[in-house]
Design a protein around this ligand. Structure first.
Ligand SMILES: [Fe+2]
Length: 410
């Protein structure tokens, strides 16, 4: 984030004495990216941010990754992973759906209440809120969230999720930072005119958030020996003791409805729908919009073989009545791996001719390294999907229904 923000009490000059009304020094902490060479913020703590009194193993949920082998497109029905009342919490309840060494995609349906305190030391998190509402409490202040929000939490930000309305959350956990695409920004970081959103759409904390407490546990997700591991650290004083901070590094939300889709006379490629990028992956969103207006336009995409990418579409909204029988529905993921062309079936192409408006909404993650299946992905798979273009699977010789098996934009 290139946009400077200052909340609460900060001294006029950085790295100088800053005291509370009783004369006690606040403890200054720099949270900075890329070794003092990129965005940072200065936080002023009441307590000592380094003071821990215990460190224990936190056993993470199953992080097993299974290669997509034999190679095939996959359809994962995430809504089948959490049945009944939502009782999981937004942090420890996450099930790993897909992952590689650059990014891990999870899913959780979190019930009302607070998660443990948590921070991800591996990378930034972009949590898409499929539905629900609540608050994310952080050392920088609180963020309200609602359906359609991307909640961006920078690496190593201590926070917790306080769910109000049961929330379907789609965490995209990077091993890097997540930011708006560089091509949307000026050389000094301001959003340019061609960008589909701008600073006004990004919602950060508006006031500091201080909590009293001692011996507070924080779950830390981190890497060691190439593995994703967890540690439970106990802090002598509450980590939410920041009376003021300023800088360009902080959590924020962006609602998908504030993305202004870019349309064209003929089919526009997915990069016009990009919203964020991380190292070796991008995040795009496909939203309700007018579609291609050339008199001979084909609104659905051409077949495409993204030779460098695995493509993950998460279908989050829209009218899927026309797709009955295809398998894809709200809450579905399609994984279209590199090395295999994908696109619509002929019936979907014909059906799209003359259409002026698409209602569907989807969040897409394209990775530049192959994705493995997590335990949640394996548990949610619809095994018939790979054969829906041909209309028949292995060992079958009849005519299948061959219904449209892909989203209009994928
Ligand atoms: Fe695609």
């Amino acid at each position: 984030m290139a946009h400077y923000r200052s909340l609460g009490s900060v001294p006029p000059k950085r790295h100088t004495q800053h005291r509370d009304p009783d004369g006690q020094l606040y403890r200054e902490e720099l949270m900075g990216e890329e070794g003092f060479s990129s965005d940072s913020s200065l936080l002023y703590h009441r307590g000592v941010p380094s003071a821990i009194v215990d460190s224990q193993v936190w056993e993470l949920p199953d992080q097993t990754r299974t290669p997509n082998h034999p190679l095939k497109p996959r359809h994962l029905e995430l809504h089948t992973l959490f049945e009944g009342d939502a009782t999981a919490d937004a942090v420890t309840g996450r099930r790993l759906v897909l992952g590689n060494n650059d990014v891990r995609i999870g899913y959780v349906v979190a019930g009302p209440g607070a998660s443990p305190y948590y921070r991800n030391a591996i990378g930034d998190e972009c949590v898409y809120v499929e539905s629900g509402s609540g608050v994310v409490e952080t050392v920088f202040g609180t963020l309200s969230y609602r359906t359609g929000d991307y909640v961006i939490v920078p690496r190593a930000t201590t926070h917790r999720w306080v769910v109000g309305e049961a929330s379907r959350l789609y965490p995209i956990e990077a091993n890097s930072h997540i930011a708006p695409p560089k091509r949307y920004l000026s050389r000094f970081g301001q959003f340019l005119e061609h960008a589909p959103y701008c600073e006004r759409d990004l919602v950060g904390p508006t006031e500091t958030f201080v909590v009293e407490g001692e011996n507070v546990e924080v779950l830390v997700k981190h890497r060691a020996g190439g593995a994703v591991l967890g540690t439970r650290m106990t802090y002598a004083t509450h980590p939410f003791d920041v009376v003021g901070w300023d800088g360009c590094l902080y959590p924020y939300t962006f609602n998908i409805e504030d993305y202004m889709p870019i349309t064209g006379k003929v089919h526009q490629p997915p990069p016009v729908h990009q919203v964020f990028e991380g190292h070796n992956f991008v995040i795009c969103n496909f939203l309700p919009r007018k579609v291609d207006y050339h008199e001979l336009a084909i609104p659905v995409p051409y077949y495409h073989s993204n030779v460098d990418s695995d493509e993950v579409m998460f279908y989050v909204g829209g009218d899927y009545e026309a797709r009955k029988g295809s398998g894809i529905n709200i809450g579905s993921i399609s994984l279209h791996p590199g090395g295999h062309a994908h696109g619509p079936q002929p019936s979907a192409i014909e059906a799209s001719l003359g259409v002026e408006y698409f209602e569907e909404s989807a969040v897409m993650v394209d990775t530049f390294a192959p994705l493995d299946l997590g335990e949640g992905g394996l548990a949610a798979e619809d095994p018939a999907y790979a054969w829906t273009w041909a209309g028949r699977g292995p060992g079958a010789d009849g005519e299948g229904d061959g219904g449209p098996a892909v989203f209009s934009n994928s």
